[in-house]
Design a protein around this ligand. Structure first.
Ligand code: NAD
Ligand code: KPL
Length: 305
């Protein structure tokens, strides 16, 4: 029998993946927190995907965390700060050698998950696709992007990659997933916190070019020191390119703060500063940015971790 895709988290990316896999004919089970969420889901009649204004609802099967059927393949589609606890709560359901796909942005949560379920194979995904929820159990596909998949512990690709292609999920296996994750983390660290502190769209950072350049120089230093030199190549030029290409957009961290949502700061800037300290790398601009961001979040009653 074909392996079921268990998808934890019916948020933006979880719904985007679930609907595309489901409509391509793959077996999908959404995993929701509890009976109340499951009842709310059933009342909606499925997951709705809005692509370029075309809305369709898919009756994807769903269950709660405490269902008992074994899990062979799990896509973890919650935020980085929820991932370790969410996977731990499913640990007893994981089949021997289960594959766990981790969609979390930043770094730190992947290692925490892998350490908590050592018998599973953990595959990290660096995603540039964009989606947001417009209602409960309804997601808008907002930006074409790409998914890099890889396993830092094992360069051999899994045998289910064809399912992505068959579902129209753009993706490719890479033996250098850490380089991809570090590069995206560096881009996010150079752009997102400043957009929050200056209350601007990404393009607003063109007026703070010196500050962006200093952050990029320190980020490149960390990347070189922690064994990721490829992620440091032309970082500043790439950050400038992304700022220009996304000038009209608000960064994901800006949107989280504007909507009073917890950010993933600990897995982005917090992680970069922690790794710098571990490698005795002097990064005064990043540390100061981190402190300013923590102050900003605290003043708004948002968690600073
Ligand atoms: P989201 O907040 O929209 O969805 C997360 C979902 O997980 C929520 O529905 C939440 O209730 C659920 N959840 C959390 N803990 C759970 C648990 N224990 N059991 C069951 N459900 C649980 O988040 P998102 O935007 O889809 O982001 C997921 C990850 O993907 C983040 O790390 C984010 O940075 C990354 N990412 C998102 C996008 C995007 O466009 N949304 C793009 C690239 C990367
Ligand atoms: O990924 C991003 C985000 O907003 O999180 C970009 C557009 C690259 C800005 O850092």
């Amino acid at each position: 029998m074909a392996t079921t895709w268990h998808i934890l988290g019916a948020g933006s990316l979880g719904s985007l993946w679930a609907t595309r896999l489901f409509r391509a004919g793959f077996a999908v089970q959404l995993i929701l927190r509890d009976a109340e969420r499951l009842a709310a889901y059933h009342a909606e009649g499925g997951l709705t995907l809005d692509e370029k204004g075309l809305r369709r609802t898919y009756a994807v099967a769903a269950q709660t965390l405490d269902a008992t059927e074994p899990i062979e393949r799990l896509l973890v589609a919650c935020k980085a700060y929820d991932a370790e606890q969410a996977v731990s709560s499913l640990a007893s359901r994981l089949a021997p050698g289960a594959h766990i796909l981790l969609l979390q942005n930043g770094l730190g949560s992947q290692d925490a998950v892998a350490a908590s379920v050592p018998a599973a194979r953990c595959i990290s995904i660096s995603s540039t696709e964009g989606a947001f929820r417009d209602q409960d159990f309804s997601v808008v596909f907002a930006g074409q992007g790409f998914n890099w998949l890889g396993d830092p512990a094992n360069p051999t690709p899994p045998d289910w990659l064809h399912a992505l292609q068959a579902s129209g999920i753009p993706g490719q296996w890479t033996p250098d997933i850490l380089t991809r994750l570090w590069r995206k983390l560096a881009l996010n660290c150079a752009i997102n916190p400043l957009t929050v502190l200056y209350d601007c769209r990404n393009g607003g950072l063109l007026e703070h070019d010196q500050e962006v350049a200093s952050l990029c120089a320190e980020l490149a230093q960390i990347l070189e020191r922690c064994g990721q030199p490829a992620a440091a190549v032309d970082l500043y030029a790439d950050v400038r390119r992304v700022i220009q290409a996304t000038a009209a957009n608000y960064s994901s961290m800006y949107q989280d703060v504007a909507q009073g949502r917890r950010t993933e700061i600990s897995y982005l800037l917090g992680h970069a500063c922690a790794i710098a300290a571990r490698h005795q790398c002097q990064v005064p601009a990043l540390n100061q940015l981190h402190e300013r961001l923590i102050e900003h979040l605290t003043a708004r009653g948002l968690p600073s971790d």
